[in-house]
Design a protein around this ligand. Structure first.
Ligand SMILES: N[C@@H](CCC(=O)N[C@@H](CS)C(=O)NCC(=O)O)C(=O)O
Length: 215
């Protein structure tokens, strides 16, 4: 039986796991969760993931949550893909950027997506939390500059080969226009960072493999 992925596909946290599964050609059954309808709040789902969040992977009796861990689990099924390097330093480098994603990249992006896109379009809340947007924008700029520096002279985040780090960090940028909308004062800087470097080198690699799930 193929593995099951419980997810709301358009979310970056789901998108990165699904993108990796698609890239590796791993068959999976998508169990769609509509968070707006509270489908992640059922007792059955809580038994799988006590956080009542998605994504969650189920492989027979084995259950795993946290998107970056799910990505490592998927990459472990196809070690020859090189998405999770097998030498210790290489593996730690990929893992380091996945940790960095959770600590520094994902949180400001989440706020910007929530305030600029989810609230007005799905929650019927037109007002933005401006202090939260300002803080997230500042954090996003700091993180984007670090990532931009890391990408200098490299094809991918950790070097010359595509790894989980690219999927993890590139996934939320499929919503880059939403992020851009929040950073109008420094739009040129962001355009340079996102369009010329990050978008070209990272996002397209993810989107190319799973654009269909966004339709
Ligand atoms: N660190 C977790 C975050 C998961 C997460 O925050 N998922 C959100 C959607 S993007 C969720 O399920 N939220 C439901 C809720 O908060 O009720 C991961 O990367 O898997």
């Amino acid at each position: 039986m193929p593995i099951e992925l419980y997810a709301m596909p358009a979310s970056p946290r789901a998108f990165k796991a699904i993108a990796v599964a698609n890239h590796l050609g791993i068959e999976f059954t998508l169990r769609k969760l509509d968070l707006l309808k509270g489908e992640h709040k059922t007792p059955e789902y809580k038994a799988l993931n006590p956080n009542q969040m998605m994504p969650t992977l189920k492989d027979g009796d084995y259950v795993l949550w946290e998107s970056n861990a799910i990505m490592q689990c998927l990459a472990g099924k196809k070690p020859q893909s090189g998405l999770l390097l097998t030498d210790e330093r290489g593996r730690l480098d990929v893992t380091r950027w996945q940790f960095w994603d959770l600590a520094h990249w994902d949180p400001p992006v989440e706020t910007l997506l929530l305030e600029n896109f989810v609230k007005p379009n799905f929650l019927g809340v037109p007002e933005r939390d401006e202090p939260a947007v300002a803080k997230a924008t500042e954090c996003f700029h700091r993180a984007a500059a670090v990532l931009d520096g890391q990408l200098k002279g490299k094809k991918y985040v950790t070097g010359d080969t595509l790894t989980l780090a690219d999927f993890a960090l590139g996934a939320p940028l499929h919503a880059e226009l939403v992020v851009h909308a929040a950073v109008a004062p420094v739009r040129q800087v962001e355009a340079h960072l996102l369009e010329r470097r990050l978008r070209k080198r990272v996002v397209l690699r993810c989107a190319g493999h799973s654009a269909s799930i966004l339709r």
